[in-house]
Design a protein. Structure first.
Length: 221
């Protein structure tokens, strides 16, 4: 909301040292250029909209935190602030009942249970060093599947993109799809699950780079 006194500020965040930080004003003052302010996951979603020629999609990034973006009819969805899809509540996995979660605000929300740091908090081992047959991946997939199940029922997008470091594991996408299929239980027909739930079109978060250029072009046009 450009009319808000807090436009361009990061508000409450689990990232230490970044709460209530003004990003936009210093950049505009020093560089004297137009600035478009949005979230990293919005940039990724905008890039994927272009790469997939799809103007109705959802993008989740599952990494050090969990963020979400919704684009409908080519426009970001959001009211007085950006979406906080990573902090929705999910049902605990049976093997995860004693884990409290890592979110400093909500503990066992989606981010608290499915982000990368939650893996190390459970096991004492970083995710990239855990074998693919560990139980923890199925637990993670269960939470991610719940998020996209909820998003499907609420938003009904044409596709859902899952990015972020947790999804870099080759086996994760198949696990998420399997849990999603069980949760949906044929309630809503998804004609092609492989085209509906996907990982980013370009590796290393390059969707965000493309999205940033597209948003800059839109701002200047």
């Amino acid at each position: 909301n450009k009319n808000s006194d807090k436009y361009g500020y990061i508000l409450n965040t689990p990232k230490q040292g970044w709460s209530n930080v003004d990003l936009v004003s210093p950049i505009q003052k020093e560089l004297d250029i137009p600035v478009f302010f949005t979230t990293d996951v919005n940039s990724s979603a905008y890039g994927e909209m272009y790469l997939n020629s799809c103007d109705n999609l959802i993008y989740y990034t599952i990494g050090t935190g969990v963020g979400g973006s919704v684009i409908q009819n080519g426009q970001f969805i959001g009211g007085v602030g950006h979406l906080e899809m990573g902090h929705q509540m999910v049902k605990k996995h049976l093997l995860d009942q004693n884990f409290n979660g890592v979110c400093p605000f909500h503990h066992d929300c989606l981010e608290g249970l499915a982000s990368g740091p939650s893996i190390e908090a459970r096991t004492g081992i970083k995710g990239e060093n855990i074998t693919s047959d560990s139980y923890v991946w199925d637990v993670q997939a269960f939470y991610i599947a719940q998020a996209i199940f909820n998003a499907t029922l609420i938003i009904r997008p044409k596709m859902i993109i899952l990015g972020g470091g947790v999804m870099y594991q080759d086996h994760m996408l198949g696990r998420v799809k399997a849990h999603f299929k069980l949760l949906m239980n044929n309630y809503i027909t998804i004609e092609n699950l492989d085209e509906y739930i996907k990982t980013p079109s370009i590796e290393n978060n390059c969707s965000a780079t493309i999205g940033n250029f597209l948003l800059a072009k839109k701002l200047l046009s």
